[in-house]
Design a binder for this molecule. Structure first.
Ligand code: ZN
Length: 257
């Protein structure tokens, strides 16, 4: 990997010239063990994306490229990956620099507070409805900002928090979420995320798949970004407020307190 050193990129220059040994995901983080007992951590932030140079859209690097990965291993022979992508360059591009690139000692996430305290994977058996309820009951925060901390469950950002709360009919300001409603929210989170993955993500402006294509989930959103439109369940105009510093859209009737 080669990288432009950036103040907000924690020790990222240590990754230069090293080999990526594996790649996995936790919440919205990509974790890649690299040579030398190190781990490269990537978060796309709001505007980050990976793009294959000269991929399906013929994309070429621009001043927003922060790091470049050189692919030297052929893809799994059984995969349906485009053979033209072998031995090619994969760029990490981040226009607004909200993304993260960090290099840490393997497993030492102390420099990344959100990752260090990350909750269970939402689509795994580790995400347990009773433990989720216990976490919500112990929190003194409003439920929406609490979800965004990533502590009760990993991977739920602003879009999917609004969608899941709408589906579960829970007001985003609620500080008390009983056992029954937390079970409903647990189900809604899993459904909303599974459907978005099936549609390959939500694109407004910046999010792209690695081949440059947009995800298709934006057309299916019923709450996020839909302020003023009629709630599909009851017809009431959806309301947008700022909660915990983040735009939040909900139905004042279905999700009343
Ligand atoms: Zn409604």
């Amino acid at each position: 990997m080669s990288a432009q050193p950036q103040a907000r990129f924690h020790a990222v220059e240590k990754a230069a010239g090293r080999r990526v040994l594996d790649l996995r995901r936790r919440g919205k983080y990509l974790l890649a063990p690299i040579d030398g007992g190190l781990e490269l951590i990537v978060h796309l932030g709001m505007t980050g994306s990976f793009r294959f140079r000269g991929g399906a859209d013929g994309w070429q690097p621009d001043p927003y490229v922060r790091a470049t990965f050189t692919l030297s291993q052929p893809a799994d022979p059984g995969s349906d990956a485009d053979p033209d992508l072998h031995n090619s360059e994969l760029d990490f591009r981040d226009v607004r620099r909200f993304g993260t690139l960090a290099v840490v000692a393997t497993g030492d996430y102390s420099a990344l507070a959100t990752l260090a305290a990350l909750g269970p994977e939402p689509l795994s058996d580790d995400f347990d409805p009773l433990r989720f309820h216990t976490a919500l009951a112990a929190s003194r925060m409003a439920v929406k900002p609490y979800l965004l901390t990533q502590r009760p469950v990993a991977g739920v950002g602003n879009i999917y928090a609004d969608e899941a709360l709408w589906r579960a009919r829970i007001n985003p300001h609620a500080r008390r979420v009983g056992r029954e409603r937390s079970a409903t929210l647990w189900t809604a989170i899993r459904e909303v995320l599974a459907e978005a993955i099936e549609r390959e993500g939500t694109t407004f402006r910046d999010y792209r798949m690695v081949n440059g294509e947009s995800g298709r989930n934006a057309d299916f959103l019923v709450a996020y970004g839909q302020a003023g439109r009629a709630c599909p369940r009851c017809g009431t105009a959806l309301r947008k407020v700022v909660l915990g510093g983040r735009g939040t859209t909900y139905c004042p009737w279905c999700q009343r307190r």
